[in-house]
Write a protein that binds this ligand. Structure first.
Ligand SMILES: Cc1cc2nc3c(=O)[nH]c(=O)nc-3n(C[C@H](O)[C@H](O)[C@H](O)COP(=O)(O)OP(=O)(O)OC[C@H]3O[C@@H](n4cnc5c(N)ncnc54)[C@H](O)[C@@H]3O)c2cc1C
Length: 328
């Protein structure tokens, strides 16, 4: 690990002002991702601005939804009564991640900003456009069993690892951010993470110094009919190969609203918009779920070693919808 200066911020404005003065600096939240990256010298922060004393840990009801502080711990968020009751999809997704110890340290802001688990990103002996732009992508022709089947290009085939982010994508979250102008801006979750494009080193649309202060969810958390399905190599303590966040409203077997987001398949949480469009207005049957999954997966572009993800995701979409509707 390279030496760095440590500073502790006591207010959000102080945090933003301090980091803005240090172009190679990083915010430090739970540290469960950033410190590993620094130890491996994948991230080489010259300055760390510790956020953990900021009063951004509250989870509170809004007239039209809920606000979750950026510094609230993942465990506190997942187990909060408002989240458990009104947003069980989010609670399930968060509790499927990592281990109890890590969830006790990890924060909401840090979770959605965690970096890919692509092994080439972590191996500085191999090329990686995300770690070192312009060097190439080791995974493209390498061991790409865990990599993307949607939205990738020759620059980068890495996937976003967060479970929480998949549920937030399905629930149409908004990310609240402040910057050195002290203006607060709201970023719809669908626009928060990026596909690799020509700048695979950028995972999201934040600029240096931007501080996430909260994540908001709208009122409808689909408390009656939702399910998070995570498929992984081990039953616990493993990232998703494929995950599905499914949420529906339906009456008399007519689906009035449906949200499906996939994890483990793209550089960002992947909203299954084709599947959603197919299902709206239709009956909640396995036949329709299967046709919706087929519609989504027909656009998948697997690599040499991850063709299995296409069928896995297809089946996982059907299974998650069956579980969410109680038709399994
Ligand atoms: C062994 C292991 C297994 C894991 N398994 C899973 C899993 O199965 N599923 C899963 O989803 N995750 C998993 N994780 C990842 C874990 O969830 C993340 O490491 C954690 O959520 C990151 O949160 P943090 O607060 O520790 O972030 P940090 O490591 O402190 O920060 C991460 C990044 O976010 C930035 N940042 C943090 N807070 C803010 C803010 N408020 N505003 C702006 N920038 C900010 C930091 O500067 C840094 O760049 C695993 C981690 C480990 C170590």
């Amino acid at each position: 690990m390279k030496p760095f200066e440590y500073r502790r911020a006591t207010t959000p404005d102080e945090a933003v002002a301090t980091l803005s003065d240090h172009p190679q600096g990083h915010y430090l939240a739970g540290g469960t991702n950033l410190l590993d990256l620094m130890k491996d010298e994948i991230e080489n922060a010259t300055d760390l601005v510790d956020l953990t004393r900021l009063e951004l840990t509250e989870i509170s009801a809004l007239p039209d939804g809920i606000r979750m502080g950026a510094l609230a711990k993942n465990s506190d968020t997942a187990n909060h009564p408002l989240v458990r009751k009104n947003y069980p999809l989010l609670s399930q997704a968060m509790l499927s991640a990592a281990s109890a110890q890590i969830r006790n340290m990890a924060t909401n802001g840090g979770n959605i900003l965690q970096r890919t688990r692509c092994p080439y990103f972590y191996d500085s002996a191999t090329p990686c456009n995300k770690r070192e732009p312009g060097t190439g992508c080791g995974a493209l022709e390498g061991l790409n069993r865990t990599h993307a089947i949607f939205g990738a290009n020759e620059q980068c085939v890495a996937v976003h690892p967060s479970d929480m982010a998949v549920a937030l994508a399905a629930l149409d979250a908004n990310v609240r951010v402040i910057d050195s102008s002290k203006e607060e801006r709201v970023i719809p979750f669908a626009e928060f993470h990026r596909l690799p494009g020509e700048q695979p080193e950028l995972d999201n649309v934040l600029r240096h110094g931007d501080l996430i202060v909260a994540i908001d969810l709208p009122k409808n958390g689909f408390p009656e009919h939702s399910y998070y399905l995570k498929v992984r190599d081990r039953a616990s303590y493993a990232f998703a190969l494929v995950s599905v966040a499914a949420a529906l409203d339906f009456t008399d077997d007519q689906i009035s609203d449906v949200r499906i987001a996939l994890g483990g398949v793209a550089h960002k949480p992947w909203r299954a918009l084709k599947a959603e469009a197919f299902l709206k207005g239709k009956a909640a049957t396995t036949e329709n779920f299967t046709a919706a999954a087929d519609a989504e997966m027909s656009a998948a572009k697997p690599l040499e070693h991850n063709g299995y993800k296409v069928e896995l995701a297809r089946r996982a979409i059907v299974r998650a919808l069956q579980k969410a509707t109680g038709t399994a």
